[in-house]
Ligand binder design. Structure first.
Ligand code: ATP
Ligand code: MG
Length: 568
């Protein structure tokens, strides 16, 4: 009995990820009045990507699981790179993913005055000084992990002088890069972060929220931990590279606040995806140099790009769940993300017929004035989704690849003398191939069996293949944007000849072509999702309109890359 319950506890513990284990321990110890409060802290210097989505799902998921809260905080400490456009895009994306920050939309810039006051506290306590070294000198004197740093000649400035200079920095009396405020910690610390890190620098640029009120701005490191503290964050979850910053964040709070409450920082491995770059600097470069069509290009790993491509929040959340939380950096296969969207769209997407590479088929024994409306199932995975009508007439389009004049063995699709089923329609048999003077196929002539209406065998005879089609006269010509992976290399940053990641761009990541879709799709709206039977999942692009329907290929029906790789 005793042993059983112990094992049970152990099992539950094992099924928790390591962050959940930490939180549960904190709750058991009655820390922070049993509050769980997380935050998602983007810097508004670009659009959010799938890695951020992972972090949002984690932070929001923990808040929900433990009856807590999640804040949205913009870490907007650098006016040189940040823009309101990004703030708006970030909010839209977080909301779309389903994470709710309620009324807690915060900005590090809201805390500029408090941070400034805290800097003064550090100066007064002898823990900060105004330094006049330039960036190169500071870097040089910082030392290396194995060689201690050298003290700045300004390190021992008197407190009064530091206070006066810092006030004058704020007043705008000095030019950029002439003075900085540094913490006075330990130039010999084995942790480079502790070697008198910079707290404030002069930047004479307008800030997207505070305008020209400030010309000195706190460093991210001086703002981040204190912002967490101000907001009452209990668990500050961040990626592994911040592990070495943790002692610094703790040092600041130790010197500045007396409460027993302190945010607890926990690091996890950032998401890396194969065939994808995620650095914001690189994503910005792809946008600015027009390698893609903006941040929302469906080939981008941005949340807005994925949305436009046809991804759903459910699929992204499923992906985040499956990836799990790791303590060590790893590489996740892009195929997993594609698997998740296939799973979700299989349940949700309406089926429809479309022909990408048309081959004209004439049904010679069909009345050329007739149109029949045949019933097609909207989604075999969802009976509630109902049915719709597909028009059938004498002249049809099928895919070129569904016909072969001289087929190899085991080719069961249409060929001379062979019979196939047209989905939802009839059995047809090919009798004649019509060619031009260059021996190119112009059209094929078939007969249909009127007794096979609905695609049902009239007498038990079997056909080995069912192909899709559209009625030429009723079909709508549409644009298909066939998206593929943006990079050809599993790790785009690695190039054989030492050139940069752009050398690995996939020149065929977008192929635009005409296609023919059944008329049922005429009123499809931006964002509507379909499975074009036997082809792929598609989503209506926002640029689509009455004159021109545009479909973005979300994902193929099967993992074609896996097949290619296996065959190699
Ligand atoms: P930058 O290089 O500009 O700092 P960043 O990717 O860290 O880029 P932030 O806006 O600072 O961008 O990130 C916001 C939050 O998202 C941070 O908490 C960060 O840890 C998390 N995050 C960013 N990239 C990933 C990723 N690939 N996987 C998981 N979380 C991530
Ligand atoms: Mg960051």
């Amino acid at each position: 009995m005793e042993e059983n319950s112990l094992n049970e506890k152990e099992d539950i513990k094992k099924s928790l990820n390591f962050i959940e284990q930490i939180i549960e321990e904190d709750l058991q110890n009655g820390k922070n009045e049993n509050r769980v409060h997380t935050r998602f802290p983007p810097e508004p210097n670009g659009y959010l990507h799938i890695g951020h989505a992972k972090s949002i799902c984690l932070n929001y998921g923990l808040a929900k699981r433990y009856n807590g809260k999640m804040n949205l905080r913009f870490d907007d400490t650098n006016p040189a790179k940040e823009e309101t456009e990004y703030v708006e895009a970030i909010k839209e994306d977080v909301k779309w993913l389903g994470a709710d920050w309620e009324d807690r939309e915060f900005y590090a810039s809201d805390y500029f005055e408090q941070l400034y006051q805290w800097a003064i506290v550090l100066i007064k306590k002898g823990f900060a000084y105004v330094c006049e070294l330039n960036a190169e000198q500071i870097a040089e004197m910082k030392g290396t992990p194995t060689r201690p740093g050298t003290a700045s000649p300004y390190r021992e400035r008197a407190t009064e002088e530091n206070l006066m200079l810092f006030a004058r920095m704020r007043a705008g009396e000095f030019e950029e890069n002439t003075k900085i405020l540094r913490a006075k910690i330990d130039m010999e610390s084995p942790n480079m972060q502790m070697r008198d890190p910079i707290l404030y620098r002069i930047i004479k640029k307008e800030h997207h929220r505070t305008g020209n009120k400030w010309c000195i701005y706190p460093m991210y490191d001086f703002a981040h931990g204190q912002s967490d503290y101000i907001e009452g964050i209990t668990h500050s979850i961040c990626t592994l590279e911040f592990e070495v910053h943790r002692p610094l964040y703790n040092w600041f709070l130790e010197k500045l606040v007396k409460t027993p409450y302190k945010p607890r920082q926990i690091e996890f491995a950032r998401l890396n995806l194969s065939y994808t770059v995620m650095s914001k600097r690189k994503l910005l470069e792809l946008v600015q140099k027009n390698y893609v069509n903006g941040w929302t290009d469906p080939r981008m790993p941005t949340i807005s790009g994925l949305r436009r491509r046809g991804y759903t929040p459910e699929a992204i959340r499923m992906f985040a769940e499956k990836v799990g939380i790791a303590k060590r950096d790893n590489l996740i296969d892009l195929g997993l993300l594609e698997f998740c969207i296939r799973e979700d769209l299989n349940k949700k997407a309406q089926r429809a017929m479309a022909v990408m590479n048309p081959l004209k088929v004439v049904i010679t024994n069909y009345d050329d004035t007739l149109t029949e409306y045949l019933e097609a199932i909207n989604n075999p995975e969802d009976v509630e989704a109902g049915t719709h009508d597909v028009p059938f007439s004498k002249i049809l389009y099928i895919e070129q690849e569904d016909f072969m004049e001289t087929p190899p063995k085991k080719y069961f699709r249409l060929s001379p003398g062979n019979e196939v089923r047209l989905r939802y329609a009839y059995f047809i048999k090919c009798n004649e191939v019509v060619k031009d003077e260059n021996n190119q196929i112009l059209e094929i002539h078939c007969t249909y069996d009127p007794a096979s209406k609905g695609g049902k065998s009239p007498d038990g005879r079997k056909v080995k293949s069912t192909i899709h089609w559209v009625s030429q006269q009723h079909a709508i010509k549409a644009e298909a944007r066939l998206y593929d992976r943006l990079f050809l290399a599993e790790v785009p940053d690695k190039t054989e000849d030492g050139t940069d990641y752009k050398a690995n761009l996939n020149p065929d990541s977008l192929i635009i072509k005409d296609c023919y879709v059944e008329p049922y799709l005429r009123n499809a709206k931006s964002g509507d999702k379909f499975q074009f039977e036997r082809i792929a999942y598609f989503c209506v692009d926002p640029e689509s309109n009455e004159d021109k329907l545009i479909f973005n290929r979300t994902v193929t029906l099967k993992d074609t890359w896996a097949k290619i790789n296996n065959n190699e």
